[in-house]
Ligand binder design. Structure first.
Ligand SMILES: [Zn+2]
Length: 349
């Protein structure tokens, strides 16, 4: 059985540039309309740290629209997940632009006390935005997918009620940030974990539902649509060693192509689903929640999103949120693995 969970990272560019109206509010509004037309909902991963800073310093007049939109999405049944780029927490303004704190780029490498401060502050802000003093998100996605080393951050986040992570993308490798999700290639479509997001643990309180990926030959990553996204810059891209490491990450025989509904063409999206449908015919007893990722700042091709939702409808594939499927994921058989020889094992490195 296949179900699709659409997730959208709701944020401006990773280096602090970009306008909220253009990169967040307008694309999210159109996406909401398309999903409501299909009576479907997505998971809105709100990057709370940047909105709190932008709000405090009043640098973007659209912040009020963004806060209203987050509340409106929540009240309309869209799931609000926590997304954090902690480099924003110490951000300061200089010469009309944001200077972010690269030393806090990875939440997981910070001391426990600092993680608590960041999570508590962000959740407090989110609760005020939603006007829900008791709100706790169910799901989390780390900034730049960095949920390693997992132990301390996972333990803090679970104290605040978060139960699902969707940071892992199987096969992922970023040498600059010591991110390595290649061990997860041997796992199933989702798994419980405790100390290490790569490592299934049947007694773990967390559930990993990774962003769906396929290991593809590197040349397949160079469609004109994907190559048109040059503005999504992160931090720390300077320096020869970092550039060499990034090149090495990319120069692999096979590369994990994320199920990205903003960057993939409609043909790529539908053929990716067709391959999972083939697998599903062979072992329909395996539950296959497929997480798609998108970014508001990448949302340009709304026609393809609409057509893709139509395609899923014709295939009988339900679009749902993590909240919708949590009880199914939390059942003891959550450890069910993908049978040997299936697509999850193809292209292991
Ligand atoms: Zn992000």
């Amino acid at each position: 059985m296949i179900e699709c969970i659409f997730t959208i990272d709701y944020e401006i560019y990773g280096d602090g540039t970009g306008a909220l109206m253009e990169l967040v509010h307008v694309p999210a509004k159109r996406l909401q309309e398309i999903f409501e037309k299909w009576n479907a909902r997505f998971v809105n991963f709100v990057e709370v740290a940047e909105f709190e800073k932008i709000d405090a310093v009043a640098t973007d007049p659209a912040i009020g629209f963004v806060k209203r939109q987050i509340r409106d999405l929540y009240e309309s049944g869209f799931e609000i997940g926590l997304h954090l780029h902690p480099q924003w927490c110490n951000a300061r303004r200089a010469q009309g632009r944001w200077i972010l704190d690269a030393t806090e780029y990875n939440l997981c490498t910070l001391p426990r006390k600092r993680i608590v401060e960041i999570v508590e502050g962000s959740l407090g802000y989110l609760r005020r935005v939603l006007d829900q003093p008791d709100f706790s998100p169910l799901s989390f996605r780390a900034g730049n997918w960095l949920f390693q080393p997992t132990h301390t951050a996972a333990s803090v986040l679970s104290e605040y009620g978060i139960k699902i992570d969707s940071s892992v993308f199987k096969g992922g490798l970023q040498r600059n940030h010591k991110l390595d999700y290649r061990p997860a290639l041997k796992n199933g479509y989702y798994w419980p974990f405790s100390d290490n997001a790569n490592e299934p643990d049947p007694s773990g309180a967390w559930i990993e539902v990774p962003i769906h990926t396929e290991m593809v030959p590197t040349w397949q990553m160079t469609t004109s649509k994907r190559m048109s996204f040059s503005g999504n810059v992160g931090m720390g891209g300077q320096g020869l060693k970092r550039k060499v490491n990034r090149a090495l990450d990319f120069l692999r025989f096979r590369y994990p192509r994320k199920f990205d509904f903003c960057r993939m063409t409609l043909a790529e999206l539908t053929s990716m689903i067709d391959r999972v449908v083939c697998e599903d015919r062979k072992s329909p007893e395996v539950y296959r929640p497929l997480v798609a990722i998108g970014h508001t700042k990448d949302l340009r091709d709304f026609r393809s999103v609409d057509a893709f939702l139509a395609f899923l409808r014709t295939k009988g594939i339900t679009v749902c949120t993590f909240s919708d499927i949590y009880s199914k994921l939390a059942q003891p058989q959550a450890c069910v693995s993908v049978p040997a020889g299936s697509e999850a094992n193809v292209g292991r490195e």
